[in-house]
Design a protein around this ligand. Sequence first.
Ligand code: NAD
Length: 424
Amino acid sequence: MSEKLSFVNPTANSPWGTYLSQVDRVVPYLGPLARWVETLKRPKRALIVDVPIEMDDGTIAHFEGYRVQHNMSRGPGKGGIRFHPDVTLEEVMALSAWMTIKTAAVNLPYGGAKGGIRVDPKKLSQQELEKITRRYTSEIGIIIGPHTDIPAPDVNTNAQIMAWMMDTYSMNVGGTATGVVTGKPLHLGGSLGRVKATGRGVFVTGREAARRLGLDLRGARIAVQGFGNVGSVAAELFAEAGAKIVAVQDHTGTIVNPNGLDLSKLVPISRTDGVVGFKAGGDIVPNEDFWSVACDILIPAALEGQITAERAKTTTARLVLEGANGPTVPTADDILAERGVLVVPDVICNAGGVTVSYFEWVQDFSSFFWDEDEINVRLDRIMMNALNQIWDTADKHKITLRTATYAVACERILMARQERGLYP
Ligand code: NAD
């Protein structure tokens, strides 16, 4: 953790700094609610935990873990758990704040939270991964719970990790608390449609944005950064709609094929060898070339801070669909707007995951499970309603979709804050 870190003085170009400048941009549209805006500029609660585990070789290793509850004015905290070597408190603060905006933007009865451990899970055995997950869950158990704060998967975490989290929390409280996490395996109270929900939301919002731009998806060229849960599912849905996936980048490198990559081969190979394992299907190019590849739609679906000012100048895309959280830095946002590139911001574009997480949580409480069609119909309706409302706000004030999303979301959050009043 940076010694200089404070809630209000972020490190330059950090995710938290990006978030604060996004909030600053919305203040002129908040009217009298602007007097409450400071509440959004600091997390409600931030927990740092030590996670010691015995490694397979008998040594004791210590990892740093976090759970940040940014805002709970509209309901319990909600947000994923990230296992990554670059996780910091400041990053988790930003990710938790984006969850607050996101749950409000799609009008789910949640606040925003996020957690993570600074660890490279690829270097852990399965047994070590289970130990680190369970100890971390126990440490943050003092602030999470089905009615207080509900974690979910994020980068490098999955349904198995959610099952261990649910089991650990349940053992500690002496019952079976399926509603404490979402993104669980199906037979442990998981929901149909959850695995594909975020990618599906990217597709649904992207299809509508393309329609409004007059961009025909049939034959549209798409570049995707990040080929995990979000990027690969979104790519498959766009390909089914007739688009060509012309470039894909993951942590192993970048593959390009102007005629379209064959996803039926790329997806399974990428799961074991990364996208560079599909050499037969395209050209492997230097990573920086990804940002200037000829395309109509760019989908960043990896990590934050990827679309820098330089990359915003070189992209040929007309439409950016933010599958990842915080992929565009504010200076790049301005350049994209000046160049007439439409950005569907993360806080609406990738909200499909948390929306189906909400369905999962509701199903867990009622112990009654819906079929996949019902999930997808409800998901599409929530995403489309939210996008249309945000689009109207953007048109009314002549602002970007990002600022419009923040305007809609911040109004809901601060209205709740005002109506609840300050305690004591
Ligand atoms: P994932 O772990 O399934 O996939 C991450 C992908 O990013 C992998 O293909 C990995 O190779 C790639 N990647 C990692 N580092 C990279 C680098 N330096 N350069 C290029 N590629 C790199 O994760 P995910 O669940 O798909 O999440 C991706 C993004 O979407 C994250 O920003 C996450 O916060 C966001 N998100 C995820 C969900 C969800 O439901 N999974 C929901 C909302 C937002």
